[in-house]
Each structure stands twice: as C-alpha cells, then as structure tokens.
Design a binder for this molecule. Structure first.
Ligand SMILES: C[S@@+](CC[C@H](N)C(=O)[O-])C[C@H]1O[C@@H](n2cnc3c(N)ncnc32)[C@H](O)[C@@H]1O
Length: 399
C-alpha cells in the first residue's frame, strides 16, 4: 500500500517523520519539507514504517550531498540539508523527544566540515572504508570531508599503504586516526591471525599497534580550558575539539553556579571535565571511571589539577554512592546512558545535576524516570555536524 506523505520533522534516529491518518510515519532518507510517495511496510502501534518510492516535491532546504560516498556510507545522514535547516530540524526533534516547549539553544561547530578529530577506518581487501551505519558492512571511501584536514591527509596515507601493500589489510583490521590539532596518532588493530613483522603504516610518524607505541609519539594533547590533557591511543577522546571546549566551559559553569560543597563526577574519562571543574568549583571532586587506559591518563593529568580530586577506578554501577557525600552531580555516560545508576545517584538528593549525553533517546528514557527534579536548562552542542547526532547538556535542579 502506498501513501503520499508530508515530512514535518525528524525521529530521534534521524528518519523523516510525518502524519498519517490518526498516527504517524517514519521514512529513512526523508527530511522536513519533503513530500513523497512511500510504500507502507508495516505498522507498530500508530507508527507506520514507510519506504521511499518517489520524492514528489523535495524540501526547499535540500541540497545535493557534498560527499560522493554519503549515500552508501550513511555516516553524515543529514548532509542533504543546509546547515541552518539541519540545526532547526535537530533542535526541534530534541525538543519533541525530551518534551520541551521550545527548541533548545544550539551551539554550532566552528568547523563544518573538517570537524572530526577522530575517525576509525576499516581495512579490508586492499580497501579503506567506514562501517555502513548500523552494520558490519564496509563502505570503501576515497576521502572524508568531515575529517579535519590533517586527519584527511593521514587517511590518504592509509589508503595508499593499503592499496600498495597487500599485507596491510590482511594484518590489520582497522586504524583510528586522532588529531589534537598538532599531530595525528594512528592506532592500528592487528588481526588475531596476522603474520608478524609487517611494517605498520611506514609513512606516518606516530603509530600505535594494539595500544602500544610502534613509532613516534602516540600521546594526544587535548587543550581544554587552559589545561593540556594527555590521552593515550586507547583512552576516550572527544570527536570535535572546538565544540568540546565550548561544551566543557558550559558544563563547568553550570556546576559552579550553585556553589557546591562537594562534587561527584561519573564517567570521567581522561579528565576532560574533571580538571576544569575542580578549578572552577574549588571544592573536593570525586571522579569515577572504569577504563584502565583512561584512568591512567586521568591520574597523570591530575598532577596538573588546581583542586582536590579523588580518582576512583570503578564501574559506576558498583560504586558506593554513599561513600562520599556530594551536592552536585556531573555525569557523562557512554551512548547507552547511565541506566539504574542515575536513580541511585539521585537518592543522595544532590541540589543540581549536569547530565552530558550523546544519545538523546536514551537521555529521554532516563529523564522520564526521574522524580523530584525539574529540567532547568537544555543546551545542544554540535559535536557531529551533518548528522542527526548532537551532544546535549541537561541541567536538573532539585524541586
Ligand atoms: C562519553 S565518555 C566521557 C568521558 C569524559 N567525561 C570526557 O568528557 O571526555 C564516557 C566514559 O565513561 C567510561 N565508562 C563507560 N562505562 C562505565 C562504567 N560502567 N563505569 C565507569 N565508567 C564508565 C568510559 O570509559 C568513558 O571514559
């Protein structure tokens, strides 16, 4: 069965959203302002899943994708929208998902394109590519306009190496390129059954294999709020350096505003938030992180800290939240969210919570379960231009 639909928004996962009868429809690849004929595949509750048959009237906000690999790669799923139209569509979608009256403030990326400081390339059969979004399939790409120029230059070196040396893609399955603005570190993952002795990316100066230094300097130095934080190749590393700086400044200001007496920070990584936070609040901060490499870097970075920080290596799910009292909670969990740890952390009734999330649907689910707090601010940071993804910072105050 086909239907003619007008797309007037985005679902949280970036699919086009429209009304259909007394329900709605979701169609991958459509954007607000499109009118299209779609084939209705199946219905769950009042939501139909539609597949695009023909675009009868494209949205006036559409543009030709600026990337020749975009349709197959899928990494930049909204690059067919002008930057302003994408910003409005993403902010409106977040407002709907979080149940806000108005779209939140949207802090743009100073670099767009050329914003990604970190990309992971898959190496297979003499090709270099990205995982097709949501699959294990590899899409070969010749370039990536989202990557910072120095990362793109390194990508070209990787592509030449893989094309010219058959041992390259049989020995290594992937390479992550990460830039701190000054140099690019290439971190290779070796295949389990790989032959030994294959030269790893001989034309790049700073190379790690399996997390160990193979050549050069494999430490990235992340500049944030006047600190220079060291990150080894296996530690968590932010994707957009300039947006990260803006995001950190905002998070720290929100936490400091209520003049806390003690702060608990969950999911601390290498201390991207921790060090600026400790200096700004001037009171003890407890920082919890599970991963060994990030924790090693955090402890190293804390030697530069201006405040009293206790670093705790622990799974947040197992951390004894009563061990250290806190009146402000800052958390920045991975994509899956904090899960039950959020409710447990709120049992201590901190006055303010600053929640950083790169996954708005997971955030919405968790916020819907929170009692005794109200959302007093939501701000979006454009960490991932040309996509439906965004970094959200939510401030919750105790009622
Ligand atoms: C989104 S990153 C944020 C890191 C840091 N706040 C930053 O701004 O760079 C999430 C961090 O949580 C850590 N993590 C993931 N699951 C965890 C858990 N169950 N307990 C503690 N830390 C965890 C990861 O290792 C990672 O460093």
């Amino acid at each position: 069965m086909n239907a003619e639909v007008n797309i007037d928004g985005l679902w949280p996962d970036g699919a086009g959203a429209g009304r259909l009868g007394d329900g709605s429809v979701r169609v991958d690849g459509l954007v607000p302002g499109d009118r299209a004929t779609v084939r209705l595949e199946h219905q769950r509750g009042k939501v139909w899943r539609g597949v695009l048959e023909s675009l009868t009237a494209p949205s006036p906000a559409r543009r030709a994708s600026p990337c020749p690999w975009s349709a197959s790669c899928g990494g930049c799923d909204l690059d067919v929208l002008s930057p302003d139209a994408r910003r409005d569509a993403v902010a409106s979608s977040v407002a709907r998902t979080l149940g806000l009256a108005d779209p939140p403030v949207f802090v743009p990326s100073p670099r767009d394109p050329g914003h990604r400081a970190r990309v992971t390339l898959e190496l297979r059969d003499g090709h270099v590519g990205f995982h097709r979004a949501g699959t294990t399939e590899i899409v070969p790409v010749g370039a990536c306009r989202a990557a910072r120029p120095e990362v793109e230059a390194a990508l070209q070196v990787v592509a030449r190496w893989v094309a010219s040396d058959p041992a390259a893609s049989t020995s290594f399955s992937s390479v992550e390129l990460r830039s701190d603005g000054a140099h690019v570190v290439a971190a290779l993952t070796r295949r389990a059954d790989a032959p030994r002795g294959v030269a790893a990316l001989p034309d790049l100066p700073d190379v790690a294999v399996g997390g160990r230094v193979a050549r050069g300097d494999t430490t990235s130095r992340l500049e944030v709020e006047g600190f220079v934080l060291e990150a080894g190749p296996e530690s968590f590393y932010q994707v957009n350096l300039e947006v990260n700086q803006r995001m950190v400044a905002w998070v720290v200001a929100q936490a400091a505003e209520v003049k806390p007496e003690r702060v608990l920070e969950l999911y601390a990584g290498i201390g991207n938030l921790t060090l600026p936070l400790a200096r700004a609040v001037g009171v003890p901060v407890v920082a919890v992180e599970i991963a060994g490499p990030s924790m090693r870097d955090l402890r190293l970075n804390l030697k530069k800290a201006v405040g009293a920080v206790e670093a705790v290596t622990c799974d947040v799910g197992r951390y004894d939240l009563r061990a250290n009292p806190y009146d402000v909670l800052v958390l920045d969990p991975p994509r899956a969210g904090a899960g039950p740890a959020l409710a447990r952390a709120l049992e201590q009734r901190p006055r303010r919570v600053v929640y950083v999330s790169c996954n708005v649907p997971a955030l919405a689910t968790e916020l819907s379960r929170v009692r005794g707090y109200r959302v007093t601010d939501v701000r979006l940071f454009d960490m991932f231009p040309d996509t439906h993804h965004v970094e959200a910072v939510v401030v919750l105050d105790r009622c």
